[in-house]
Ligand binder design. Structure first.
Ligand code: CU
Length: 72
C-alpha cells in the first residue's frame, strides 16, 4: 500500500474535490482519495495495479494536473 500526496493547483471548490474523488476513486487498486480545497492537495492511498503514473495521468486527463507529488 502506498500513500501519495499530490498538489493540484486547479482545485477551487467542492465540485473539483468531488470530481477528483469520484474519478480517482474509480481507478482499480485505489483504496482512498481525499481532496482538500484550501490546501489544494489530494491524498491518495493505493495498491497495484494503480500507480503514481497512472493516477497522475488521470488527473491531467480530467483537467486537474498534479503539480508535484510527495511519496510517504
Ligand atoms: Cu471547482
Amino acid at each position: 500500500m502506498t500513500t501519495v500526496t499530490y498538489t493540484v493547483p486547479a482545485i477551487s471548490c467542492a465540485h473539483c474535490t468531488h470530481t477528483i474523488e469520484t474519478e480517482v476513486g474509480d481507478v482499480q487498486g485505489v483504496q482512498s482519495v481525499k481532496a482538500e480545497i484550501e490546501s489544494k492537495k489530494v491524498v491518495i492511498t493505493f495498491d497495484a495495479p494503480a500507480s503514481e503514473d497512472v493516477i497522475k495521468a488521470l488527473l491531467a486527463e480530467i483537467n486537474y494536473p498534479a503539480e508535484s507529488l510527495i511519496s510517504l
